[in-house]
Design a protein. Structure first.
Length: 310
């Protein structure tokens, strides 16, 4: 086959598209939907009947989703800075006011930062957006997700987690010569995978599932910036696994899993270390505050003494 798709990947995409389910009358929030994978995901979910809440920065994204939406749907645009803790909390509060019942959260937003940058909260940008924001947003939206149960949390990780390594003594890579954009990204995708598994464990029996995925090497500006040697698959193909996990009846009861090409696969062994997951959970709470208030999470395993430096 010509292009970046292998025959195996093309077959996987066709299988996933066949598994999409209808979402008529269901509310779905997609973060990072201004362009790229997020916008394509939002448009596809609208086409499946979902009432899509678009987190992005422009009316063009909302117009694209509205054009794909069914008659009577009420797509809505939400603008929020996910690099800000206050911005994440504000987004959750605005969504919950607008939709007290939320069927699906697709936490798609992410960044790649070649140079180290700090947010207004003093957090390293990659850590703030790729690690803290999706878990804080999911936790803050749990009342709305529980009200719609069975409901789903779908978080984008990446195959980059395979080369990720947790720098426990300096998670935000603040030390001299510690920062490298590729390492920060790889670590962030390993970290959000670990946190998704920890979240799923806390949600057992609640009717809310939590899974994460690799969208593939997608031809976006991010790929061109960080991995210019990779050709990338089309954006419409990069959204397929997200749409599948948000809609397919076959995966509705699956939680605490990582998907590549629509299939649950065993991730890096370090991601499955429960003690490490809990250690990271404590680290995130140290900068973001308790997760899950005002609707407390189901208790997980006790935290490991000695939270890492953040």
């Amino acid at each position: 086959m010509d292009g970046p798709l292998t025959p195996e990947h093309a077959q996987a995409l066709e299988r996933l598209r066949a598994g999409w389910g209808r979402l008529d009358g269901r509310s779905v929030l997609v973060t990072g939907a201004t362009r790229g994978i997020g916008l394509e995901t939002a448009v596809r979910l609208a086409g499946l009947g979902a009432d899509v809440l678009v987190h992005g920065r422009g009316a063009a994204a909302l117009a694209a989703v509205r054009a794909a939406s069914a008659s009577g749907a009420r797509p809505t645009l939400f603008i929020a800075d996910l690099g800000s803790l206050a911005g994440v909390r504000r987004l959750a509060a605005e969504v919950a006011r607008d939709r007290p019942r939320l069927d699906v959260l697709v936490a798609n937003a992410g960044v790649f930062a070649p140079e180290r940058r700090e947010t207004a909260d003093g957090l390293e940008l990659t850590f703030a957006v790729n690690v803290v924001a999706p878990i804080l947003l999911a936790a803050a939206l749990l009342p709305a997700l529980r009200a719609a149960a069975p409901s789903r949390v779908v978080i984008l990780s990446s195959a980059s987690h395979w080369t990720g390594e947790m720098r426990w003594d300096d998670l935000q890579l603040a030390g001299p010569d510690a920062y490298d954009g590729l390492h920060a990204y790889d670590q962030s995708k390993l970290a959000v995978l670990m946190l998704t598994l920890a979240l799923a464990r806390r949600l057992e029996g609640s009717g809310v599932s939590a899974v994460c995925l690799d969208p593939g090497d997608v031809a976006t500006g991010m790929l061109a910036s960080g991995w210019p040697e990779l050709p990338g698959i089309p954006i419409e193909d990069g959204a397929v696994t997200s749409v599948y996990l948000a809609s397919a009846p076959a995966v509705g009861g699956i939680s605490g899993a990582y998907f590549e090409d629509g299939a649950a696969v065993t991730p890096l062994a370090a991601a499955l270390d429960v003690a490490a997951q809990e250690r990271l959970w404590v680290a995130v709470e140290a900068v973001a505050g308790p997760l899950g208030a005002p609707d407390p999470l189901v208790p997980g395993p006790p935290p490991v003494p000695g939270a890492p430096a953040v």
